[in-house]
Design a protein. Structure first.
Length: 153
């Protein structure tokens, strides 16, 4: 990647796929991203089956943007977050996309299973809004300011 391509990459908005079925959590995430100045196109899918269709650009998602990061809840209709994670990390064309688990489950089995499937991080949603905002700020500082994400076409 040349200097010009790198500059272009860094100035564009991030493409984020948020896979979350709880409308209140979606609104909270949208607000937290706004408050923390995260420049992104937040694409919201509320079902595991649709998430995979989106990622594979199938059907109505034929022109879907390839996400830079996937934020994935575990408790989803259709296919669970663990099933979605397994498909993403098992796919040659998708496995480089970082997957951030953001869920209410703090079960050791869920945490271990997600890391076994190569999740990039696992965050338990805090109950307090202030703590949630702090976590989103940490996400911004790490994933959007410090990390160099893979270039995925």
């Amino acid at each position: 990647m040349g200097t010009g391509e790198l500059r272009e990459e860094m100035s564009r908005d991030f493409e984020i796929l948020l896979v979350e079925d709880n409308a209140s959590d979606v609104r909270l995430i949208e607000e937290a991203f706004r408050e923390n100045g995260i420049k992104c196109n937040l694409n919201i899918i509320n079902d595991g089956i649709d998430a995979l269709s989106y990622l594979c650009r199938e059907g109505r998602y034929g022109n879907a943007a390839r996400p830079d990061i996937i934020i994935l809840d575990l408790n989803l209709p259709g296919k669970t977050g663990i099933e979605v994670l397994s498909c993403v990390k098992g796919s040659q064309s998708l496995r480089r996309i970082p997957v951030m688990i953001l869920t209410t489950s703090g079960l050791v089995e869920d945490i271990n299973r997600c890391y076994d499937l190569n999740a990039n991080c696992y965050i338990v949603k805090p109950l307090e809004i202030d703590r949630f905002m702090e976590i989103v700020k940490l996400i911004k500082n790490f994933w959007f300011d410090a990390v160099r994400l893979p270039v995925i076409k």
